[in-house]
Design a protein around this ligand. Structure first.
Ligand code: NAD
Length: 339
């Protein structure tokens, strides 16, 4: 069993912990928090040993009825690999600890590419991660972009991508984020950072991105245009998407035309936390104009898509599966990602 520690048991960390615990070849040896709170109680209920960043705060946890297994440094020493899901910018500072104990580590998209020197997406560069000490799983938006762009590029060649991201203001449980009543250009400049981030995984893709933030929490929505090198038909694109287990097609017959209805669908499917691990591609939006001009809308569940990628990244770095398809099949089955 691969011994995994999750440093930062928040929105992403708690999902990664549950996904790892569900895998047949991995186990959670600990998770970490900075303060006692609802998520710490959930960790206790799940049976995950809880470690804390600042051991002097041990009493605060114990007063709240939460047993502390030790410090983050103790946790790291027990793990084969650490998933760092601390808030963006915090994880970078933890690299010294992972180096000190000679451990493998995976950061999330809130950190820069340079923190690991390698950016990961299961469908695009799984084999490059095999045996690596450090990797970064790219952000939710970049993950969603990489999946579809790489698929279309492999089949028809992509000359240029133009993508606009309509981003959620904050996660549902995040009461401090916004906006409450505005459309915020974020960034106001074009291109946004998302294009270069895609290039950290797919360096040969020519891409220009723009982004805005809106008052919603459920998901992001992408509008994508791909100029193709070779002609394609709408039907060919649909068939390719159908064959990719992490790209979901939203059929017209469902009546779903919004993130709210899509999230409700994921909840009704009894997905844990209503998580949609796949890109939600609206089938009716797929259009190929003049043979080489592809358009589509896709919804991205920011809290979920990177979770399954992180599990594959663990497996690649541990050298357990030699192909992406092998790992993806194990990960999907274990979490319950079925058609
Ligand atoms: P979060 O704030 O929900 O959770 C972070 C957790 O880390 C919290 O539980 C906090 O207690 C803990 N923490 C803070 N400082 C710590 C420290 N020094 N040591 C140990 N634990 C510490 O954050 P999140 O949204 O889960 O984001 C984590 C990472 O995932 C970031 O890089 C973020 O950019 C990335 N990411 C987030 C989303 C999203 O939608 N939330 C999507 C994709 C990627």
């Amino acid at each position: 069993m691969i011994k995994v520690a999750v440093n930062g048991y928040g929105t992403i960390g708690k999902r990664v912990a549950d996904a790892v615990a569900a895998q047949p070849d991995m186990e959670i040896i600990g998770v970490s928090k900075t303060k006692p709170g609802a998520e710490a109680f959930v960790a206790k209920q799940r049976g995950y040993p809880l470690y804390i960043a600042d051991i002097t705060k041990k009493e605060n946890f114990e007063k709240a009825g939460i047993q502390v297994a030790g410090s983050v440094a103790d946790m790291i020493q027990k793990a084969d690999i650490i998933v760092d899901a601390t808030p963006g910018g915090v994880g970078e500072g933890n690299r010294v600890l992972y180096e000190k104990y000679g451990k493998k580590a995976i950061w999330q998209g809130g950190e820069d590419h340079e923190v690991a020197g390698f950016s990961f997406n299961s469908s695009c560069n799984y084999t490059e991660a095999i045996g690596k000490q450090f990797a970064r799983v790219v952000s939710c938006n970049t993950t969603g972009l990489c999946r579809i762009i790489n698929l279309i590029d492999s089949a028809f060649g992509v000359k240029k991508v133009r993508a606009t991201m309509v981003r959620r203001g904050g996660d549902p449980g995040d009461v401090k984020r916004g906006p409450i009543d505005a459309i915020v250009l974020n960034p106001v400049t074009i291109p946004s950072h998302h294009g270069p981030d895609v290039q950290s995984v797919l360096p040969n893709i020519n891409i220009v991105t723009s982004a805005m933030i809106v008052p919603t929490t459920l998901m992001h929505m992408h509008f994508l245009n791909m100029e193709l090198k070779n002609p394609a038909t709408k039907e060919q694109v649909i068939e390719l998407i159908k064959a990719h287990s992490r790209l979901g097609l939203i059929e017209k017959s469902t009546g779903i035309t919004s993130t709210a209805e899509l999230k409700e669908y994921a909840c009704d499917l009894l997905r844990p936390r209503g998580d949609l691990w796949e890109n939600g591609i609206f089938k009716e939006s797929i259009s190929v104009l003049e043979g080489t001009d592809l358009y589509l809308f896709q919804a991205i569940h920011q809290e979920a898509d990177v979770v399954v990628e992180t599990v594959d990244c663990i497996r690649a770095m541990a050298g357990r599966c030699q192909t992406a398809s092998e790992s993806i099949a194990i990960t999907n089955k274990a979490v319950g990602l079925t058609a």
